[in-house]
Ligand binder design. Sequence first.
Ligand code: C2E
Ligand code: MG
Ligand code: MG
Length: 685
Amino acid sequence: MNQLGKNASWPFPESPADERIAQLERRLERERRARQEAERLAESGLRDLYVSRARIELLNGISVRANESDDPLEVLRLAVREICTTLGFPFGNVLVADPDIPGAMRAAGISFARTCDSAQPFIKASHEVRIAAPTDDQAEQPVMTQVPVWTPDIDTLDGFDRARLARLASFKSMLTVPVLSGRDVEAVLEFFSMDQREPELELLDVLLQAGLQIGGVFRRRHHADRLRDSALTDPLTGLPNRAAFAQNIEHSFRECRATNEPAPSLLFIDLDGFKLVNDTLGHQAGDRLLIDMADKLRMLVSNANAFEDENPFASNVKLARLAGDEFTLIVDGPDRTKLAERFAAEIHLSLRQPQWMDNNPVRVTASIGVAHDDGHYTTVSDMLRDADLAMYEAKSLGSERTVVFDQKMRNNVQSRLTLVNDLRTACENGDFILHYQPILALDTEQLVGFEALVRWKRGDVIVPPSEFIAAAEESGVITLLGQWVMREACKTAVRWHKLVPDREPPLRISLNVAPRQFLQPTFVQQVREILNETGADPRWIGIEITESAAITKPHHTARVLEELRALNIQVGLDDFGTGYSSLSRLQTIPIDNIKIDQSFVRTQTRTNAQWSVVKAMLDLAHALQLRVVVEGLETEFQREELTAFGCEYGQGYLFSKPLTEEDAAALIVAPPEGPFRQMEKLIGG
Ligand code: C2E
Ligand code: MG
Ligand code: MG
């Protein structure tokens, strides 16, 4: 208030000028106050604006990272740091849901601190904190709530274990922010402050939003985990599938090699009678059996914990279903070899109980192959191969067997690998020869052709086909070998034809064609090319296929055979009677002749039932207009019998063993005048 104004109004009467001045001064005063108020308002508005912009930026930063990242922990790390620095908290800490205990939380090992030494014990305790799942009668801890909670005075909190250390650190208030995925609390961010701040609703809302954004990262991670789990789980049995098994074993193997530990032992389990169940009781029954098997195996693995005193590593057993009726166990730990074999024994035992299916008692057994790591293995696939080989060995011994892969089997594998390698080289170098075994018309004993039989010149040794054809078939080398045989036989046919150009019908060389060679899509094409290249007439060539080729792909086989016959190449079914093909199936395979397997003619007496089988085969073949060749003729008796039965052709040691090309050529030029007996020309079988 103006001093002059006061004095001027008393004790003297106010003049008009004084009055005017006083008015002006009052106005000035009002304006100054208004300006001060306006300045104060503007200042606080700016501050609020600044604060809310910082909060929005904070939320933005967290949201952007949450949207980009698929790692929730990385986003939590960023969030705790940003919230502490933006809002001025000296310490922030992260808890995550305990994966093993539903409802419980534990420290995530993520925090941010800008504190003095006295806070260290509190920080340490916060890094180790575990919060049990709340019981029904327990008051809800702030960490378990679905919304951010501001606790202005930590001392008022019930059951806050770190209260004493918080006081030591001079922390007064606490803020918890839940990270929610749906209604699940995935994590909690806790912040501590030294002043007892008042709750701010707007800030709590920003933090709630931040928590929800981070929760989205957890949700995406769970979704990805579920997808991965379903890609690694067998839907029928719920067991880990082949991919999971491969991941597991590769991981263990790598780790063991890195640490010089032995790799886990492997069990390959294959059911024995499973195909029969599927075929006779149907696929649904088969599925039930597999589910039952999976349950039994699961039970064994979990029971293994019961003998934990002997085996403290039972939990290191991993079960998987590889495919169909194949299961595996990965057995780890120091006792792995003993334990693996014990599992094998228990599996056989547990399968003893038959299972009832549609009132049928079904009892399946298993064949088990075991491979232990004895330090030999450099790759996991070698170990898998050995467990598999051991399993096949177990199968070949009969049902319900376990075979542990051993040194002897390893040697066999090794020599098999060497054999296949050498065979491949032999194919490239053409280290083979063909021998030719005469085939005669039984009634006249006239030569009608030869069967080409391959031998391997392995160094100085002549190796018979029984020792390498199977390996060649399995490894695929047979396709190369088969082409070599066909080319050589065609060249021989051309040379022989020049010796007896007018011979009618011409001599025919029969070739053995393995299923794998025959089933190649380009087989007929190959035949055409070789005929063109060598100039051989297709009538000079015959092909022998086995029943297995004919059965594997009947439609394909029929088409190929028709094409061959259209080329004028004769086709025969070799080793007839040893395979699965029924006589009636013969009608559906377009062939010219069958070759009755030698095992049928080895019997000597007329009373033997096998002779009647041979007779029946002949009758049926004739009814189907097929000619019959019999192989393995060794005695006059057999020849007489078969001739009497009306068998057209014969081949066997009685007439001749397989001959070299030169000996065979000599025979073609000058056939014997009397009965065809070439015993003196023997060169071995
Ligand atoms: P296969 O086709 O059944 O050939 C007949 C086998 O019986 C030949 O054995 C032959 O020497 C033998 N043999 C012939 N007559 C008699 C006899 O009177 N008594 C006895 N005990 N045996 C007789 P080889 O030459 O050892 O051939 C064995 C098998 O190897 C052949 O059986 C055939 O399946 C296969 N093979 C031979 N050469 C080839 C070939 O070039 N390719 C393919 N894929 N397989 C071939
Ligand atoms: Mg043959
Ligand atoms: Mg045969």
